[in-house]
Design a protein around this ligand. Sequence first.
Ligand SMILES: Nc1nc2c(ncn2[C@@H]2O[C@H](COP(=O)(O)OP(=O)(O)OP(=O)(O)O)[C@@H](O)[C@H]2O)c(=O)[nH]1
Length: 518
Amino acid sequence: MALSFIKKVFTFGKPAEEPVPEAVERELEPRSRGEDLPIAEDPVLAEEMETAGGPAADVVQDAEEERDDAEPAILPAPDQLSDMGVVPLSLLEAEAEAEEDTPPTLPGVPPTGGGTRSAETDRQTIDGEDRPAAALPDSVDATQDIAASFPPPVGGMPGRVGGEAADLDISVETPLPSPASMESAPAVEPILPKGFATGPKVAEPEPIAPQPKLSWFQRLRNGLARTSSQLTGQIAALFTKRKLDDETLQDLEDLLIQADLGVETALRVTDTLASERYGKDVTGEDVSRIMASEIAKVLKPVAKPLQLDLSHKPHVILVVGVNGTGKTTTIGKLAAKLSGAGLKVMLAAGDTFRAAAIEQLKIWAERTNSEFIGTKLGADAAGLAYDAFEQAKAKKCDVLIVDTAGRLQNKAELMAELEKIVRVLGKLDPDAPHTVLQTLDATTGQNALSQVEIFRNVAGVNGLIMTKLDGTARGGILVAISAKHKLPVYFIGIGESVDDLEPFEAEDFAHAIAGLGQ
Ligand SMILES: Nc1nc2c(ncn2[C@@H]2O[C@H](COP(=O)(O)OP(=O)(O)OP(=O)(O)O)[C@@H](O)[C@H]2O)c(=O)[nH]1
């Protein structure tokens, strides 16, 4: 590197006018920036450089001109040169050649080719921390020996460097790690610049231990826990250290009616209790057992299986009810049971009023491997029901389940639309729809009684499914509805998932609502 400068100071008989080779000029540039010159053997020059941090370009030029004008120097013998602290040119040339052969060493980058990389040369110190050096670039262009004198960008990102060489593009192609090596490489914590800190580590969640599978009765009891605890809590409070008399019987009757069980069932319980225990001490548990027994008697006649007449091909089930009572969800759960049993099911999105309902039913159809038929939002629901029936016949489906838009029982226009759907289905088969199911939301309490009344008259409801018995304190309404309407209750729902619908069992329900075991 220093050779050209020395050549000019010690001309060694070469003509002073000889043009400076381009490479030599480029090598001179760092000096003009005041960088250390690697020669300081000439005491005069060394002093100049020491005081000025290296000669300025003009000083160098002046020195050159002075020497050009001067007589050729009488050179000392080579051995004398070394005595004077001057290295002979032959030796310098040899050194320079060796230097040219040696590839430039980038800060933080081990030398390329030829040399052997050692663990030591592959390391660099950043912020006092010893770290592996940046990855060795495969291709480095001619600008690199200059650019490389600047520290590599943090993180080893290829790109432009800052400082004086900011206008130099470094085409360093850092090879990307292969996906396989990324997978196998252990996660490396990023090293943040000073003044930054990583946030507190989020603790890994404890693995959730698998829950033991509950029986349907346990789940029913859990679902009805609010209803039963409210009921039994009030009964226990009523019968604490009290004999059974007219007053306690009246209080019990009021309590049972308030719990939505209905007047009829409340009277059954108080009559039975009076006949068995009048004038005696009675505990809350005594009352609960009698209550469970009387409720079961009311429910047994309505707890029936949904009968499918598969000679119809398809057996048509129309599902009706007030908005949000769980029609679409219940259809999905029923479809899962039927198709799981090997029946061919078609679901018809007759709720043309709510876009989400159409999509919801379609998803249920996909999940349950059922056929699906839908139409656009706002289309005639009766027309869709007719098309669905025809298609289900053509496809030899066992069961066709038709969803309908939710409607309040007091909206005459919407109830008339429902009548039309029933009429249209009857054109293809006078017995269709073969089952008209009404979904009832247990949380609505007493209002469910009038819902059944009106839907029964308009759409010929001939079976019920009560949903949302989970988490409500009003589960007693099912008893009141059963006592009043005596319509079959086929299934009950205690949750939103596919497994949360089960056939209605009178004894189980009666025990669960009374807070007793099975
Ligand atoms: N907790 C609980 N939620 C239920 C049950 N059945 C249905 N749901 C939820 O009740 C909400 C309404 O259910 P849908 O099936 O959309 O009711 P829908 O009668 O079709 O509603 P509309 O189309 O508006 O008339 C949904 O969030 C269901 O997940 C159940 O048994 N328990």
